[in-house]
Design a protein around this ligand. Structure first.
Ligand SMILES: NC(=O)c1ccc[n+]([C@@H]2O[C@H](COP(=O)([O-])OP(=O)(O)OC[C@H]3O[C@@H](n4cnc5c(N)ncnc54)[C@H](OP(=O)(O)O)[C@@H]3O)[C@@H](O)[C@H]2O)c1
Length: 253
């Protein structure tokens, strides 16, 4: 069992979906966890449920807001040895209708947000001589899907960032990895299903089928599976796993 007693972990986008499951898994393993996100309400609701979970408001696309939240979190709980860059958003549009605003939104939250989150934690980790940076990317960082070229480009960028930073950090005791889930049962998936229903007139069941067909196991990934992989990557048994993009996709890729 992975024991994270004495460690401080930061999880961005920790108020919902995969981020909330990761935060609870790390806290259950003994870590003090700071969850970050733009909306305080879901963060506070999670923190109320677990003595080891605390929260800070932060927008991962805004360097000042994010670095201030990291400073406040480390003043309260010490430097973060574990940083989970999980915050993200997925918007879809046919390529010819993707405008600059949509493109910039996708790069900003998914790619720049991951870069800023990793950078906010990196210096403190170097001081500790141990660390874990884990980005929640996507199978969209490993292969393409129609209508999400901006999202997929950003997630491919996250994988490139992780592989490069892992090499730079290799002698510091810090590992850097990406977890790449396929379609996963979270509020983001609910939003994608609503979007498909709205744009195509399909029923909810048809919309769900159109997404689940990509997974050879014929099911959506569950947030607990992502949390379990993150927990394993935080353990000493995964000390030599770095620069990897780990697919969690029922064999999709
Ligand atoms: N669901 C899927 O099918 C799927 C598949 C593969 C990968 N992923 C990835 O998994 C990660 C988690 O997503 P999820 O599925 O759990 O969706 P989710 O429940 O919608 O979670 C996304 C979280 O990110 C936060 N967030 C969004 N923009 C932010 C910003 N600018 N600054 C700070 N926080 C921000 C949101 O909180 P606020 O709105 O309060 O800021 C929210 O808590 C994402 O990176 C996503 O791309 C999802």
């Amino acid at each position: 069992m992975v024991d994270l007693t004495g460690k401080h972990a930061v999880v961005t986008g920790g108020g919902s979906g995969a981020g909330a499951a990761i935060a609870v898994a790390l806290a259950d393993a003994g870590a003090v966890v700071t969850v970050m996100g733009r909306r305080m309400e879901p963060l506070m609701a999670l923190a109320d449920q677990h003595a080891n979970i605390h929260c800070q408001a932060a927008d991962v696309t805004d360097m000042d807001s994010l670095f201030a939240a990291f400073d406040a979190a480390s003043a309260d709980h010490g430097p973060a040895g574990i940083v989970i860059a999980n915050a993200g958003a997925a918007e879809s549009a046919p390529f010819h209708r993707m405008d600059m605003e949509l493109w910039n939104r996708m790069l900003s939250v998914n790619l720049t947000g991951t870069y800023l989150t990793a950078q906010a934690g990196y210096e403190d980790m170097k001081g500790l001589g141990w660390g874990r940076i884990i980005a929640i990317a996507s199978t969209a960082g490993l292969r393409g899907y129609p209508y999400v070229s901006g999202y997929s480009a950003a997630k491919h960028g996250v994988v490139g960032l992780v592989k490069s930073l892992a090499l730079e950090a290799a002698k510091t005791g810090i590992t850097v990895n990406a977890v790449c889930p396929g379609f996963m049962e979270t509020p983001m998936l609910d939003e994608s299903i609503r979007n498909i229903m709205e744009k195509t007139g399909r029923s909810e069941e048809e919309a769900r089928k159109s997404l689940v067909k990509d997974n050879p196991q014929g099911r959506f990934i569950q947030v607990q599976e992502v949390a379990d992989m993150v927990l394993w990557l935080c353990g000493e048994g995964a000390a030599s796993v770095t620069g990897q993009a780990l697919s969690l996709s029922g064999g999709e890729i």
